[in-house]
Design a protein around this ligand. Structure first.
Ligand SMILES: Nc1ncnc2c1ncn2[C@@H]1O[C@H](COP(=O)(O)OP(=O)(O)OP(=O)(O)O)[C@@H](O)[C@H]1O
Length: 321
């Protein structure tokens, strides 16, 4: 059952359409990812969904609530984690969390115990006594996320949660997102890290220039590009010299050199393995590995967007990734 339904969403700044007719829905308990390069319209979309900015056109319904008409009611079931910190520099970690909890009407005892629990979960118990301004980038991001989930929201919005932070903090954040999903929370996440999207998202939308150009689960997106069949053969010695002969024998196969002592066979049809192995056997060459190669989400992204995956990840300064 869908908890979010977005229809024909548009945001224009003057003549420029930052979000240009976007439609998607999110199932309850799903992790839904928005993946796209700088300026694609990710933050503009999330800001409209959380009621921070008004759509130029379109509707956003969250758990039956029209966000444009009942923004406060919709926000009461949301957790919001912006890409920039929204916490107080002078307050310590514990005080910041308690303050956020008080905004959601949580009682003193409940907010203090939840704040302690979250500091512990993010391994920030010691840091919880220090002012927020003394935190590293990774610690800041973790505390902002803790503040966004302190009231146990039904749907969590995360804008670029792992951008520019250390590997360990990014891993802890991914684990937490999956844990929240397992407890029934729906998660909307924007990212330009293909690997993050592939690892944790149930469904992903690729957004470029304000439009969704592909949407689906990771396997669905992978199936959407015609890749044919590819296998890689690895031997103890160089087998490149057999490439021309192999190509002549196995019609429709393209043979490419891979690294070291490997060859890659590609074909639009299934490649019969036994005759290929027998061929090498007859030549006295033993094949120690045969691996089927599948397209990655990165291949799909590059194919449907025409944007190099490396460019996408380099855009935001990925120190520590
Ligand atoms: N307030 C604004 N006024 C004018 N243009 C804006 C405004 N906010 C965003 N834009 C433009 O809208 C486009 C989409 O911006 P948005 O921040 O939504 O993209 P994004 O996908 O989140 O990018 P990034 O990964 O860089 O954060 C960009 O071209 C941006 O310059």
């Amino acid at each position: 059952m869908d908890i979010v339904s977005v229809t024909n969403l548009k945001k224009t700044y003057g003549d420029f359409a930052a979000v240009n007719g976007v439609d998607f829905s999110i199932g309850r308990g799903e992790i839904f990812g928005f993946l796209g390069p700088n300026g694609a319209g990710k933050t503009s979309t999330i800001n409209m969904m959380i009621g921070l900015s008004k759509p130029t056109e379109g509707t956003i319904i969250i758990k039956g609530i029209d966000v444009r008409k009942q923004v406060k009611k919709a926000q009461s079931i949301m957790g919001i984690v912006p890409d920039e910190s929204n916490l107080y520099d002078e307050l310590d970690g514990f005080e910041n969390l308690c303050f956020c909890a008080s905004l959601y009407g949580m009682r003193k005892e409940e907010r203090e115990s939840k704040a302690k629990q979250l500091l512990d979960k993010f391994r920030l118990t010691e840091a919880g006594k220090r002012p927020f301004k003394a935190y590293s980038k990774g610690m800041r991001r973790k505390l902002v996320i803790a503040a966004g989930i302190i009231h146990s929201p039904q749907i969590l919005f995360l804008d670029e949660p792992t951008t520019g932070i250390d590997i360990e903090s990014a891993r802890q954040i991914r684990e937490l997102i999956v844990e929240l999903k397992n407890q029934g929370t729906t998660v909307f996440i924007t990212t330009h890290y293909i690997e993050d999207a592939e690892r944790i998202c149930d469904r992903i939308a690729f957004i470029v220039s304000g439009k969704i150009i592909a949407i689906g689960s990771v396997p669905e997106l992978m199936e959407s590009i015609s890749h044919g069949y590819m296998i890689r053969l690895s031997a103890e010695e160089s087998i490149m010299k057999y490439a021309v002969d192999l190509q002549a024998r196995f019609e429709g196969c393209n043979i490419n050199a891979s690294q070291n002592n490997s060859l890659v066979l590609a074909s639009q049809n299934r490649i019969p393995l036994l005759p290929v192995i027998q061929y090498f056997d007859e030549k006295g060459v033993s094949i120690y590995e045969v691996k089927q190669l599948r397209p990655t989400l990165e291949d799909v992204f590059v194919k449907v967007t025409g944007i190099e995956a490396e460019k996408l990840e380099k855009e935001k300064g990925v120190a520590g990734k």
